[in-house]
Write a protein that binds this ligand. Structure first.
Ligand SMILES: Nc1ncnc2c1ncn2[C@@H]1O[C@H](COP(=O)(O)OP(=O)(O)OP(=O)(O)O)[C@@H](O)[C@H]1O
Ligand SMILES: [Mg+2]
Length: 613
């Protein structure tokens, strides 16, 4: 079983690497701010509120100190009357003002962040779904999902609070230090001697502990991925009786988690005691020394109070800086990843509501001329070599050949998911460039090998073929696809939920839904990629009938595994190792001795007779 971590969208941004901040990276990620532009007035008002609230906070220690002095009949500031009531009411007014601007800033920042983020999210999603298929070949869905969930959540966090917090703490730190020196230079000098020692120790220690807890997190994530993998593949675990093996694997992982967590807790305990010791030690020293200064009459009790309050501000700001820095680092990383995605080049399709409007009609003539192709993700392997064939409108053509020879790849090329490496594909004699991508895809429908149903109702799933179709069209399509009866056998009929949370449809039922979907689309060119897993004879017959209905009056390209279904095809194209090895109808190909088709056909009829007897 693959041991790769399955992160289906629940990647914590903590797990993602934090980039080293440098000028280029910062400059790049600052571009995310361009999304703030529509809200710049609100942003500026928010910033003003923020500055005002931080500054008004800084007046409290001075006012409270002055109040204490006033109680003892001293006047701290010449411009402030030494009256407890006056100072008290001024404080209350400032507090009220502070509350109002704080409310304003929080309200504004959250609104701006939510709106901005919704815009970035929409743009990212739009980008994702308009990217060419080859983009998805190299990425895991979980990874892309985490771009939309955790990376953007990280950016949101920054816009809502981190930015404001950085500004607030910087103001409080800078002004706080100046005010400390102003209130008592002697105390400030002494403080400045102890503070750096504490900060440096705390930083070194903190980094060490963070590393440990990261390790513990990684181990925990690994153990979670065991749970995820095994639950997703529970039938495999049971079928191979590997319950014991998996339980042991999980239990070993958890033991490792506990070991690291306990080790981390030991250091964390040390760290916490150390910090508490330092902080209270510093407080004791400051008050002690301050009390001496008061005793000597060098400062007043009010000044000491003011000083202590300011030093709390400063210490709080300093303490919050490392976390804020880490947050910004994470956001820069997240912005970079999101911006990279937004810069990818998307497919040249016009996405609009009336995406079913066809400007350039295709009759259904299809021609492959010396088409060679390699998947962009594996450029060294030539998947298709000089494929040439010609299909006239309305013809029924079958592609046969062993597994992995490139039949589904031909289907992808017809749908313009990829461009041929060389050679040309023409529709009605005109090259693909003569049509818009939307025109081609609107007139080519595929019933794929493995039908994916979306987690909605059956009606929605059929309606996916043509979004503006009404209820009757959908029922009509389902009837023609032989799906109506089984749909009506569900209590909720067409409103039955399917997909992950709804009923599980059988392979044949899903195929008939896909056929109904294709019928609704009414394409000029139809591609049937027959499922390899064979259906039982009854559903096979139903699917077969549905298919015949679908193939009427249009070019049909059938990728067939059951050769019995293609006997009446106008052409049968035999593909071997990415090359056309034979073309002809059933009779012609059967007449060729030692041909691959004849061989495959003989094999299948032999199988059929053995299973039937
Ligand atoms: N997205 C992809 N990226 C890279 N290689 C691919 C991709 N899809 C298919 N291939 C490779 O291209 C080759 C042809 O695959 P294709 O799916 O066309 O085979 P097929 O003829 O449809 O087989 P089957 O009958 O089993 O459906 C295979 O070797 C496969 O591994
Ligand atoms: Mg295939």
């Amino acid at each position: 079983m693959a041991r790769a971590r399955l992160n289906s969208g629940n990647t914590q941004s903590d797990d993602l690497p934090k980039p080293k901040l440098n000028k280029d990276l910062l400059k790049k990620s600052l571009r995310i701010f361009s999304y703030l532009k529509p809200y710049r007035t609100k942003f500026i008002i928010g910033m003003v509120c923020l500055v005002l609230s931080s500054l008004s906070m800084l007046t409290f220690p001075a006012l409270l100190g002055a109040m204490i002095d006033a109680a003892q009949g001293r006047q701290t500031y010449e411009w402030l009357s030494p009256n407890v009531i006056t100072i008290g009411s001024i404080s209350l007014y400032i507090l009220l003002f502070q509350s109002i601007v704080s409310f304003g800033r929080i309200r504004l920042f959250v609104e701006i962040a939510e709106k901005t983020l919704a815009n970035i999210r929409k743009e990212t999603y739009y980008k994702l779904i308009t990217l060419p298929i080859e983009f998805f070949a190299n990425r895991r869905v979980g990874e892309l999902n985490s771009r939309i969930s955790s990376d953007l959540a990280q950016i949101q966090d920054t816009l809502t609070s981190t930015l404001a917090e950085v500004l607030r703490q910087t103001i409080s730190l800078a002004f706080g230090i100046v005010l400390l020196v102003f209130v008592s230079p002697k105390l400030a000098l002494m403080n400045l001697c102890i503070l750096p020692v504490i900060i440096v120790t705390a930083m070194i220690f903190g980094r060490f502990i963070r590393r440990l807890s990261k390790q513990a997190q990684d181990e925990l994530a690994d153990s979670n991925s065991i749970v995820q993998e095994t639950l997703l593949g529970i039938s495999n675990v049971k079928a191979f009786v590997n319950e014991y093996h998996e339980a042991t694997r999980y239990s070993n992982k958890l033991d490792a988690v506990v070991r690291i967590a306990v080790k981390g807790a030991t250091y964390r305990g040390f760290f916490a005691s150390f910090i508490i010791f330092c902080i209270f030690g510093a407080v004791i020293v400051v008050i002690w020394y301050g009390a001496m200064l008061v005793a000597r009459g060098e400062i007043s009790v009010g000044d000491l109070t003011t000083y202590i309050l300011y030093s709390m501000f400063v210490a709080g700001s300093m303490g919050s800086l490392p976390e804020l820095y880490a947050n910004i680092q994470r956001s820069v990383g997240a912005s970079e990843r999101v911006l990279d995605l937004l810069e990818e080049e998307n497919e040249a399709i016009v996405i609009s509501e009336d995406n079913n409007t066809i400007t350039n009609t295709i009759q259904g003539n299809l021609n492959f001329e010396n088409v060679s192709f390699s998947y962009p993700s594996r450029p060294d392997i030539i998947t298709l070599k000089n494929i040439s064939f010609n299909v006239r409108a309305g013809e029924k053509v079958a592609l046969v050949g062993p597994s992995g020879t490139g039949k589904s790849t031909i289907a992808s090329l017809i749908l313009q998911f990829y461009n041929p490496t060389s050679g040309s594909i023409t529709y009605d004699g005109k090259p693909n460039t003569a049509y818009s991508l939307t025109d081609i895809r609107n007139q080519v429908a595929i019933v794929p090998q493995d039908v994916l149903l979306f987690g909605g109702t059956i009606r929605e799933n059929i309606g996916y073929g043509r979004l503006n179709s009404d209820a009757e069209d959908i029922i009509e399509a389902a009837k023609r696809a032989n799906a109506h009866d089984f749909i009506m056998s569900f209590p909720q009929g067409y409103d039955t939920l399917v997909g992950e949370r709804g009923v599980k449809l059988s392979g044949g039922q899903r195929q008939r839904i896909a056929i109904a979907r294709a019928l609704l689309k009414d394409p000029a060119i139809l591609i049937l990629d027959e499922a390899t897993s064979s259906l039982d004879s009854e559903s096979e017959r139903l699917v077969q009938l549905a298919l015949e209905e679908l193939m009427k009056n249009r070019t049909s390209i059938i990728i067939a595994h059951r050769l019995s279904t293609i006997k009446d095809a106008d052409q049968i194209i035999v593909i071997e190792n990415g090359e056309v090895s034979d073309i002809g109808n059933h009779v012609e190909l059967m007449a060729k001795n030692n041909g691959l088709y004849q061989h495959l056909y003989a094999l299948q009829s032999a199988q059929k007779t053995t299973t039937e007897t």
